[in-house]
Write a protein that binds this ligand. Structure first.
Ligand code: ZN
Length: 258
């Protein structure tokens, strides 16, 4: 599932093809792309960047393309001159260095950079920024409704940007918190630990092929996707459930997490 680290890796690969290069062909089924392709074609890409779970491509015309990968979207890169089946391609950009394809991405928007950045300013601080803005996080976290569960808190991109269901489950396991605990029971120091843990888990995965939260680089996780298997710490069976509003898949150990 695409989370902050997925976007950082996608941006890195897309940058190799796009940054500083002129777009020689625009393809894809996204409505915004069909409409704006004349304004993108033959323009130079100034930057490829991310904010939380948003991939942004800035053009020298002042336009920005914003891509959200949803649950199953991917960003693929192909070498120059390679033909590609366009099934599922929402956006394809070719340059003389290759092509970048956003496949299955539910949201692809094109707009003026200022407008897109303005909309993204509603998001909390980016967990993968060079410096995580702890002050902004604490201010936003302090305003979060105390009756909501911690599993929703971690996913709320207005508090901090980048966490999805995988890191949500992994952070809660490592901090030993049951996912349905309300925020009223979680103090400021613990909230801060949740953010720091999420950042610490996610950062190394921006440089790994397989996401891991166990420091092994082998793709292994503590609880996510492990329903019915023994907890790696205490051997209790890992639980799976749809928690929060809206309900989202969650994994936890009922013994380790209280
Ligand atoms: Zn356990």
């Amino acid at each position: 599932m695409p989370e902050g680290d997925t976007y950082a890796k996608a941006a890195h690969r897309a940058r190799n093809v796009l940054a500083g290069a002129v777009v020689t062909a625009v393809e894809g089924s996204a409505k915004a792309i069909r409409r704006h392709s004349p304004a993108i074609l033959d323009r130079k890409v100034e930057a490829v960047r991310t904010v939380g779970k948003n991939l942004l491509i800035d053009f020298d015309s002042g336009l920005t393309v914003r891509i959200h990968l949803g649950m199953n979207g991917t960003v693929q890169v192909t070498p120059p001159g390679r033909d590609r089946d366009l099934a599922g391609v929402r956006l394809g950009l070719r340059t003389d260095r290759g092509a970048v394809w956003a496949v299955g991405a539910p949201k692809v928007e094109v707009g003026k950079r200022a407008a897109i950045d303005g909309a993204l300013a509603r998001l909390g601080p980016d967990l993968l920024a060079d410096e995580f803005d702890v002050g902004a996080f604490e201010e936003r976290a302090g305003r979060y409704p105390p009756d909501r569960p911690v599993c929703d808190f971690l996913l709320d991109q207005r508090v901090m940007a980048g966490v999805g269901n995988v890191y949500k489950s992994e952070v809660l396991f490592l901090e030993r918190l049951a996912p349905d605990r309300t925020m009223a029971t979680i103090d400021a120091a613990t909230r801060r630990r949740l953010a720091e843990r999420a950042r610490r888990l996610m950062l190394p995965n921006t440089r790994r092929y397989n996401r891991s939260t166990r420091g092994l680089g082998d793709g292994s996780l503590w609880v996510y996707g492990r329903a019915g298997k023994p907890c790696r710490r205490c051997r209790t069976e890992i639980q799976e459930g749809w928690l929060g509003t809206p309900a989202r898949i969650t994994y936890w150990c009922p013994s380790c997490q209280q």
